[in-house]
Ligand binder design. Structure first.
Ligand code: IVH
Length: 705
């Protein structure tokens, strides 16, 4: 009888079997079917868990373990290419300490202290091996399982950055490896087009086309098309990062010289490649990429570090499927898969209902995310997102987390399609449909959600700019019954606030927030008229319309007395805006609010927001997408007012790009050129403060590689 297996080893064996089968399933979904059902980060977690078990119990390693292989065997549709040298994967580092210990081990094995490192961005695409014969591109293959890939030559031949003919001096036959990727701007355009097609398909009762979750999946799907003319229409590109086998030529002794040589042949080498003499130096570059990653027009999920001396590559060799002479430094993942528990609805300041996702909390983009935006009902329909779905969640940079797409293949049938509620979820009033904006809204102006949002909006920067009057304060003041409309704000005083039982009061008196609030309220009384008009939250009256109205009527009283015709006489004010203003004036209570504001000492300055001519002198700002507080024309006018130039296209001479929602290709261009991109609040700050509001300049590129 065999000796009994210790319980913990037995558990480890069961778990490793489970992990192997799960990982093999994901490998097939990812590499063969281009349809991953988990994010890369979730996959890495599983792989790391298996690695840890195998490290502790090496006897559990099987030859088919995903830790020993790369990817999955090719699909039958493409001809199989046997790679002469296996295409390897890379080990991962997640912290400076990880990188330091990798480098220490490399130095020990090399028996040398002064090793040079080369850093390259880790482009998130798919690995390819290209073969050139006498300078002609003759074969291109996917990585497959690392030993056998798929012949996708005709498809790769359609990619503009892959030269069909080399120039300069090249080996008679050789293989070069690199990453095929899709640009982010191209990906956005492509997915938008698919979304549009899906609306049409839905109407025709046809199955929707799958939206790609990210540029990498889109690139994989595009490269593995059976019809190369489809690939040709996809925005693909390539960077080469390694010389494979070579005949009729001499391999340069260092990696940076190899890259330089490949570049001289006309092959696309990433220009952002650097040589370092220390890990600290490499880490500085990695941090720089980490900060700049949002501005590139391609996804990077980290950086790759390689020893520069190529003779050490053979000496150090490979462990499992990972070379010891190279490693990947991974950035925090920006996409994760999780379950969408529920779709709930938020009621905005003007009553518009916006759906959002309640998620099983997930760590993504450096933060735990439990809520994510779903934009609007149309977007939910286009993406076919249902309650109960497993979904891909994305959080990149400062952008609000969003639900990218459902993982359709994981549906169980119990998922529930979303429908807008018939009654306001906050006050229960029957909702209405706004035919112009295709929005659903709650018509009850006293709806607590609307009032709280309005109080918050009233204190906002472009409104009365009241310090301390944020969401939390608005909720507290409304909840305590102290503020039920914006005029009540000016009746707040220390005595009233001190009666509260929350964060505004601390032992022995008012909290700092409450004190700031009272000072802020006092200071707000003399804000410009345009700010006050905007602050009132009249539907369709954005900041710029408020400016036009202020300039025309000069006082609140005169605006209240104006007819719709008089309003429409202003260039930029149409019937919708005029109608909305007179409806607001006619609504009971609003006139009283205005009288009370004036009685409390609110005395708006007539001049338009402090325009300081010359503040933006010498700057060219391009505005793109939809801004919330002002129209594009208005934004451009403000730029010109301040002595700046409002550019219509992005070039190297552009100082910054102000991007609202749905920005489009100008944003991509700015990212490509490394031009600062400002979100709306930073842009508004730029208009107030001038150049000091701009982000720090990017670190200059060095030319040592
Ligand atoms: S070197 C043995 N360099 O990352 C070296 N890989 O996680 C293998 N990748 O399979 C690759 N950018 O698809 C290398 N500059 C770069 C890279 C890069 C992206 C990908 C590649 C590789 C994967 C490993």
């Amino acid at each position: 009888m065999a000796p009994p297996v210790p319980a913990d080893q037995y558990a480890a064996r069961l778990r490793s079997e489970e992990l192997r089968s799960e990982l093999n399933y994901h490998n097939r979904q990812y590499y063969v079917l281009d349809s991953p059902v988990v994010s890369d980060a979730d996959y890495d977690d599983l792989l790391n868990e298996l690695r840890a078990i195998e490290r502790q119990y090496p006897e559990l390693i099987t030859p088919d373990s995903p830790t020993q292989r790369v990817g999955a065997a090719p699909l039958a549709t493409f001809e199989v290419v046997e790679h002469r040298l296996p295409l390897l994967s890379l080990g991962n580092c997640f912290s400076p300490e990880d990188l330091e210990s990798w480098f220490r081990r490399a130095r020990e094995r090399a028996g040398k202290d002064d090793l040079m490192l080369v850093s390259e961005p880790k482009v998130d695409g798919l690995a390819m091996a290209l073969v050139y014969e006498d300078g002609k591109f003759v074969q291109g293959a996917t990585r497959g399982d690392g030993l056998r890939g798929e012949n996708v030559t005709p498809n790769l031949a359609t990619i503009a950055s892959i030269p069909s003919l080399l120039r300069g001096k090249f080996p008679s036959r050789f293989e070069v490896r690199g990453e095929v990727y899709m640009t982010r701007s191209g990906f956005e355009r492509m997915n938008e087009a698919i979304g549009e097609q899906n609306i049409a398909r839905e109407q025709e009762g046809r199955k929707p086309l799958t939206l790609y979750a990210n540029p990498r999946n889109a690139a994989a799907g595009s490269v593995r098309q059976k019809d190369p003319s489809i690939t040709a229409g996809r925005p693909l590109a390539m960077f080469v990062y390694q010389l494979g086998w070579i005949e009729g030529g001499i391999r340069p002794p260092s990696h940076h010289e190899t890259l330089q040589w490949l570049g001289e042949m006309g092959l696309p080498v990433n220009p952002d490649t650097h040589v370092h003499t220390s890990v600290e130096d490499a880490l500085e570059r990695i941090r720089w990429w980490g900060e700049r990653r949002e501005r590139l027009d391609y996804d990077i999920d980290g950086a790759v570090l390689k020893l520069d001396a190529v003779d050490l590559w053979d000496q150090l060799g490979v462990a499992g499927r990972e070379p010891r002479w190279a490693t990947a430094y991974k950035f925090p993942p920006q996409q994760r898969t999780t379950r969408l528990r529920k779709i709930e609805v938020n009621v905005g300041r003007t009553g518009v209902l916006t759906p959002f996702a309640v998620l099983e909390p997930v760590f993504v983009g450096g933060a735990t995310v439990g809520l994510a935006t779903l934009h609007n009902e149309g977007d939910i329909r286009r993406k076919d997102i249902r309650e109960g779905d497993t979904v891909i969640v994305q959080r990149a940079g400062e952008v609000i987390p969003q639900v990218v797409a459902p993982v359709i293949s994981l549906r169980t049938g119990s998922e529930v399609e979303f429908a807008m509620p018939a009654a306001c979820p906050v006050c229960g009033t029957a909702v209405r449909q706004d035919p112009d904006e295709a929005a659903t809204y709650c018509p009850n102006a006293d709806c607590p959600a609307q009032v709280i949002r309005l109080i918050e909006h009233f204190g906002g920067r472009a409104s009365m700019d009241i310090e301390g009057l944020g969401e939390r304060t608005a909720i507290a003041l409304y909840g305590a019954g102290l503020v039920r409309n914006v005029a009540d704000i000016y009746e707040l005083d220390a005595e009233r606030l001190s009666r509260l039982d929350d964060f505004l009061v601390k032992a022995g008196g008012l909290s700092k927030t409450a004190e700031n609030l009272l000072t802020g309220i006092e200071k707000s009384k003399t804000r410009p008229l345009a700010n006050l008009l905007f602050a009132l939250g009249i539907r369709h009256v954005g900041y710029e319309t408020a400016r036009l109205l202020a300039a025309q009527f000069g006082s609140l009283e005169r605006l209240l007395a104006a007819t719709e015709e008089e309003m429409q006489a202003i260039d930029g004010v149409g019937p919708v805006v005029a109608g909305s203003i007179s409806e607001w004036i006619a609504r009971p209570g609003n006139r009283a609010v205005v009288s009370r504001l004036i009685a409390s000492g609110v005395d708006p300055r007539q001049e338009v927001t402090a325009t300081r001519p010359g503040l933006l002198a010498g700057m060219t700002i391009v505005v793109t997408g939809t801004l919330e507080t002002l129209s594009r024309e208005a934004a451009e006018e403000r730029i010109r007012d301040l002595g700046g130039k409002a550019g219509s296209s992005v070039s190297k001479r552009t100082t910054a790009v102000a991007a609202g929602t749905s920005p489009g290709s100008k944003l991509a261009k700015a990212q490509q050129l490394g031009i600062p991109v400002l979100d709306e609040s930073t842009f508004l700050r730029l208009l107030e403060e001038g150049p000091s509001a701009l982000p720090e300049p990017a670190m200059p590129k060095d030319d040592n590689a």
